[in-house]
Design a protein around this ligand. Sequence first.
Ligand code: PBG
Length: 325
Amino acid sequence: MEIIRRPRRNRVSSAIRALVEETTLSTNDLIYPIFVQEGKQQQWEIASMPGIYRFSPDRLLFEIEECMNIGIRAICLFPNISEDKKDKIGSEGCNPEGLYPSTIRSIKARFPELCIMTDVALDPYSSDGHDGIFRDGKILNDETVEILGKMALIQAEAGADLIGPSDMMDGRVQHIRQVLDQHGFIDVGIISYTAKYASAFYGPFRDALQSAPKQGDKKTYQMNPANAKEALLEAELDFQEGADILMVKPALAYLDIIYRLKEKFCIPIAAYNVSGEYAMIKGAARLGWLDEQKCMLETLLSIKRAGADIILSYFAKEVALILKH
Ligand code: PBG
């Protein structure tokens, strides 16, 4: 055949393939989500997330040390709160002596250079299992935002570096930014869950936190998976309200959204490779149906290629180990 363009020439050897490689995974871009639960010297594996544990605060420090030794420099912390501490307005989320802020303080004391991202939403503390105040079948936006501001402030006071509002209420980024600034936390950033979809892929996470909604679903605040333009609107608002980083969640079924936000905005884009995406690969690998390591790397690479600068992933530790060798 007489053809001039033979794209296969650039795939001839491993060395050439490496030269022309467009996307690279780096441990620098990973945020490792980790779970904390009240207790001493204990850890509990999450059934639907093999290899992921809820740690008692003391054990958590060992886990973080291990992560830092393999190059992970950022974590995202989630609390599992006992049922007796939950109420309608998530009061425990605003308790400065609660599990969450006290864990942040102990992590910061031990590892001041670690970047701690937090989660701002009512669900871990809500007896209704909702991200906002649930009354008469409705989620109250403005009353919720008020509480979110208090939660964010307590987290910042405890030492959080990046505040992550995951609640999808309107106007929360602006309010949180104001509260932080009024109290002098001008350097604490906001990584906003901008395009957070009402997804079935959060199932294993809700097992981990025992935080599934007791009634109804989250469709009046999380986005409809059918919509893309709405994500641009949410992103525009979060940008104007002062978000430092915009996040898309979940990642895999929403790579087009990651791409669109990356094209339109000049601030970093993060993607959350959520619990269900982790469980799918782990589950299939356990059955011997998929090569776990290869699928994990391919998945994270695809998220990066789509435009994510930052990836939150339960695979972070495993990937960091591979990249280190
Ligand atoms: C709740 C929150 C959720 C996740 C992060 N923060 C679940 C939800 O909205 O119900 C999901 C993370 C995951 O699935 O890994 N505000």
